[in-house]
Design a protein around this ligand. Sequence first.
Ligand code: GDD
Ligand code: MG
Length: 323
Amino acid sequence: MKTGAILLVGGMGTRLLPLTLKTPKPMLQVAGVPFTEHQIRKAADAGVSEIVLATSYKAELFEPYFGNGEKFGIKIKYAVEKTALGTGGGIRNAAAALDKCDQVVVFNGDVLSGHDLSAQLDFHRKNKAEITLYLTKVLDARAFGCVELAANDQVKTFLEKMENPVSNLINAGCYIFNRQVIEKIPANQVVSVERQTFPELLAAGISVFGYLDNSYWLDIGTPAALVKASADLITGQIKSSATPKHSGDYLISPTASVASNSSINNGSVIESEVYIESNCQISGSIIGSGAKIGSNCRITDSIIAPNTQIEAGMVVIGNYLGF
Ligand code: GDD
Ligand code: MG
């Protein structure tokens, strides 16, 4: 069985503004590498042979970093949407670039998860499903795709972002499609996989299964979630083979300079060429490359954009500066 993958990375990242003014959400640094790298490694680790990046917003920024994928142990291709085609349209468009395969893993480009992708693939085959959705449980499903499951794990209903959710099971943003099912999505038009494709295929009797996995799950679509994801990767709450090797609960680039009486902890990342003066406390934060932090600063759960200067004595808590 050959498995290809599509990574949906074409969204505008509106909830992350201003972080996404110059950088698309999937290229923002999380634990020292662009977020997308964590997902690409996850696909490669599960035996996926090639992945197509479905890009639109700031599409030109992906290829210079990821190239043909050689460095990441997977073949990488690009499917650019001149105008965004939506999640379903993006899947249909990107599938045309895939080599021949039996099934396709589709990832939302902004989900950090500890779920077992190999187990999801086994589940898909065992159930002879046409589509298998990875599901997780949340307290409040209103902001997500909400799913009702039958006793045999078959999906009964899929309802995107509703005021009165019918369950606390949500679409966690990783699907397996049998290759030919993707052809049912209309080509060259804007289609939402969540609002159109899933409800329509369910109504047509296509077998859609739900694979429930309650391990670590986070949508990094807000600044607070992004900085939490980064810290959780560094402190080891979630493992990724893309996280650079480090010891302790911080990651400091070898080209950064940190005064010896400044403390860096709780999953902080200090990127290349950063300069941190004396007596600073950096906790759970990302300091972008080339930033300069004056003495006596306290920076907690925050992101400092690359090349930003923070004056001595500043206290920054849950803030995102310099973007
Ligand atoms: N190529 C392409 N083209 N990608 C797109 C487009 C597009 O037009 N629109 C969105 N995407 C990508 C985004 O970049 C993101 O990675 C993914 O599709 C999902 O879009 P979001 O905008 O992040 O959606 P959401 O977070 O509101 O909801 C989705 O994710 C939830 C889980 O985090 C839905 O899939 C929900 O059902 C789900 O519960
Ligand atoms: Mg999202």
